[in-house]
Ligand binder design. Structure first.
Ligand SMILES: Nc1ncnc2c1ncn2[C@@H]1O[C@H](COP(=O)(O)OP(=O)(O)O)[C@@H](O)[C@H]1O
Ligand SMILES: [Mg+2]
Length: 343
């Protein structure tokens, strides 16, 4: 394997301190992915440089000019605290003719917008729940006729379950108007409202550019969900460890899916990846309705790569260990052909 100069771009506040390797896991939690990616890349024998990205672009240019990386391993997820600027940072790398891991700017923008992405998927006849958009400045929120309660109310652009709680699932116009107003006020983004799908939740990890590989279907379960709660990944489910234990959160390979359903889920995930022009790697979230029909909820580009998270776990279940997965991510990044590279 060729030894590469790899520049790892991450938030400056998430750059692991020099003694990070000797700290207990609960102290490194905030920058666990950064730490594990660095360790994994070093295990592979690459020449690794850390680039902490803050408010300035000049240090990025300087690092590219001085270190001459073969590739930038991009784990930066926003810029100036604006989540949609994630795409702009990658555009900057492309303008510097710098190869990078993960998704291209167009894919990031399309997948990052839960309204726009569903419009595109629907056009491709990829199943998505019925949805409506309530722009930030809109005053009224009434459910369109084609939809029925219950529905779930979400930010159009935030991820990581920001603004997702049990109260996101609403049952009448009053609850809907309240939740939409709450998200507009607290998150300052457009809001999407989707048909609530009461069944199982899956995620499929996909890797590649033109030729795609998908890893085994991963499922999310709750063993001890309190009576009356919906089985959804709220922000507490995602981020609050004590709560995860209380509700008996588990993830793992989806079981008992008929072979044709399994096949269909992989196909939907790959079609979604292509329809949204994704590259590098991504995780496609899906849910089943009460009748067993499968729908795409969203595509997560540049998803969490922390060991133990769905993408690395699902890859690991096929025998691909963590450094090998990072090597595959590098490989996809090097193989991707942005406009400046095409001859
Ligand atoms: N249409 C839906 N029906 C049922 N549950 C949903 C639906 N949309 C989202 N959810 C639940 O909310 C969670 C977060 O929604 P998602 O669209 O994936 O946003 P995020 O980008 O914050 O992960 C999902 O993992 C799922 O549990
Ligand atoms: Mg999600």
């Amino acid at each position: 394997m060729k030894k590469l100069r790899v520049l790892v771009a991450m938030h400056d506040v998430l750059v692991p301190p020099p003694d990070a390797e000797s700290l207990p896991a609960k102290e490194t939690w905030d920058y666990q992915m950064e730490l594990d990616v660095l360790r994994g890349l070093r295990t592979l024998g690459h020449d690794v440089h850390v680039l902490g990205v803050g408010e300035e672009l000049k240090p990025v240019r300087d690092a590219i000019a001085d270190f001459v990386p073969h590739i930038t391993f991009n784990i930066l997820s926003d810029f100036h605290d604006v989540v949609t600027y994630e795409a702009h940072f990658v555009s900057f790398l492309e303008l510097c003719k710098q190869p990078y891991t993960g998704c291209n700017p167009r894919g990031i923008t399309l997948a990052g917008d839960k309204a726009l992405s569903k419009q595109i998927l629907a056009w491709h006849r990829i199943p998505v729940p019925a949805f409506a958009v309530f722009p930030l400045r809109s005053k009224t929120a009434k459910l369109p006729r084609k939809m029925t309660f219950p529905v779930i109310v979400k930010s159009a652009v935030q991820h990581g379950s920001a603004g997702i709680a049990q109260a996101s699932v609403v049952h009448d116009d009053r609850e809907l108007a309240e939740r939409v107003e709450f998200l507009h006020r607290t998150l300052q983004t457009d809001v999407v409202v989707e048909q609530f799908l009461a069944g199982r939740e899956f995620t499929v990890s996909v890797l590649g550019n033109e030729r795609l590989e998908s890893f085994p279907i991963w499922e999310l379960w709750f063993d001890k969900l309190p009576e009356g709660n919906e089985s959804i990944a709220t922000s507490r489910v995602k981020w609050d460890e004590a709560y995860q234990q209380r509700v008996g959160l588990r993830t793992g390979r989806a079981r008992d899916l008929p072979a044709d359903v399994e096949q269909r889920i992989h196909t939907i995930a790959k079609r979604t990846y292509r329809a949204l022009h994704l590259s590098g790697y991504a995780r496609i979230d899906l849910r089943m309705d009460a009748e067993g029909r499968v729908y795409v909820i969203e595509a997560n580009v540049n998803n969490d790569l922390t060991p133990g998270e769905d993408f690395p776990e699902s890859a690991q279940s096929t025998g691909l260990d963590y450094p090998a997965l990072l090597q595959r991510v590098l490989g996809a990044g090097l193989a991707y052909k942005p406009a400046w590279k095409v001859d």
